[in-house]
Design a protein around this ligand. Structure first.
Ligand code: GLY
Length: 418
């Protein structure tokens, strides 16, 4: 049961699924995977140096979390209420997971507690990113109940943004003159913390919110070809869809790359917890849409948006070099594909893993920052918000987080296939 071995590693709670049987693909060699990860570990040591000391536990953290590099070449740090606050700690946890070195655990703990203030912040839907990927990752690896308590409190805070009329957690509070109840595809990612909160407390309220949000999103956020809109705005009184549009993408009907990856990851993860076949079918449709994009550059790293006149007819072998890529989207996609590969038949599993291996190969060889540069960020060439003229072709801490996660998943596959 190879897939089961892998799914267990992902804390799957229910092994009643089709393992897909033995795979015959020669997997990437474990030694070379470890070498790749070790290079990342060295760079993360440099990232720690650049970040400086974590704030003392219990003190109010200011702008201390490395997020990206600014146009002035300086390290951009954000505070605990920024949606990216938890990724640095989450990356440190993943290095600890790989090395099992207590030094990394100590650093991960310090940087995790610096995020604590976010647990009661009701002004964001991103608490899954902020708390789930820091406190949650730490709890999975240590079983420390102090970390768990923060995750539960954050989950309570997050569900305060849920509307039963709409059937979703509200994403944003800005643009109130235009949007009444905006929900973005990214929000699927925050459900993981809620599923975990129910598993860990037995309180089904979190689960109910997560499932309802996923069902509403599956119904309203996707086009016929399984691509997704970025923003769906709802009428908060009736739950009716008011508008479907974009904020970070090229156009309302375009394929904003990271959004497509969030959707893939979100429905794969939702299947992990619920075993609802509708989520699995949906995740597969998204994966198949992404894998069949005729203009995907041959290295597997998408443009920041895949549907724009500049790239629509670009050949994979001759990508338009003037259009920025999004390495973060690629890393999220690779990580999701490794998980999805555990839930499908052997041939499909092999195809998904081969794609994820290809993406990781490209990221590791052509998108990595040279050792000791770029303030310790791992990946170059991500795009945060191009229409906002923000974070274009830069390192981003969440690209690094999902890259490390994908590397760990690749390693688990390699072990499962041995
Ligand atoms: N909202 C998270 C992102 O920019 O993908």
């Amino acid at each position: 049961m190879l897939a089961l071995t892998f799914a267990n590693a992902l804390n799957a709670q229910n092994d009643n699924f089709n393992s897909g049987g033995p795979f015959n693909q020669a997997c990437v060699k474990a030694d070379s995977l470890d070498a790749t990860f070790n290079t990342a570990v060295s760079q993360m040591e440099y990232a720690l140096q650049c970040a400086g000391e974590a704030p003392a536990r219990g003190s109010k953290a200011g702008k201390v979390f490395p997020r990206t590099i600014g146009t002035d070449g300086k390290l951009v740090k954000v505070g605990p209420l920024d949606w990216c606050s938890g990724f640095f700690a989450g990356s440190l946890w993943q290095v600890y997971d790989f090395t099992k070195d207590p030094m990394w655990r100590q650093k991960a703990e310090q940087w995790t507690w610096a995020v604590e203030e976010a647990k009661s912040y009701r002004g964001t839907h991103d608490l899954g990113f902020m708390i789930g990927n820091s406190f949650g990752k730490g709890y999975e690896l240590t079983g420390d109940t102090a970390l768990l308590n923060v995750l539960i409190e954050a989950s309570r805070t997050l569900i305060s943004r849920f509307s039963p009329q709409v059937g979703c957690i509200r994403s944003w509070d800005f643009n109130r003159d235009r949007w009444k109840f905006p929900v973005i595809i990214d929000n699927m990612m925050n459900l993981e913390m809620l599923f975990r909160a129910t598993q860990l407390t037995g309180d089904s309220t979190f689960w109910h919110v997560a499932v309802t949000h996923a069902n509403t999103t599956m119904k309203n956020h996707f086009r016929q070809n399984a691509s997704s809109w970025h923003v769906v705005d709802y009428d908060p009184q009736t739950g009716r869809v008011r508008e479907r549009c974009t904020f970070q993408g090229h156009a309302d009907d375009s394929y904003w790359s990271r959004g497509q990856s969030w959707g893939l990851y979100g429905f794969t993860m939702s299947y992990r917890f619920t075993r609802d076949e509708a989520y699995l079918r949906h995740a597969r449709r998204i994966a198949d849409f992404l894998l069949s994009l005729p203009n995907m550059p041959s290295d597997g790293i998408p443009y920041w948006d895949m549907k724009m006149p500049e790239v629509e007819h670009a050949k994979p072998s001759q990508p338009n070099a003037s259009v920025p890529r999004d390495a973060s989207s690629a890393a999220i996609m690779a990580s999701a594909l490794y998980e999805l590969a555990a839930y499908v038949d052997a041939a499909t599993s092999e195809r998904y893993r081969a794609t994820a291996d290809h993406i990781l190969g490209s990221l590791s060889t052509r998108y990595r920052a040279p050792q000791g540069t770029n303030y310790g960020f791992l990946l170059l060439h991500s795009t945060g918000h191009l229409p906002g003229n923000s974070e274009i072709d830069v390192p981003l801490n969440y690209a690094d987080y999902y890259y490390l996660e994908a590397l760990m998943r690749q390693r688990r596959w390699s072990q499962a296939l041995r």
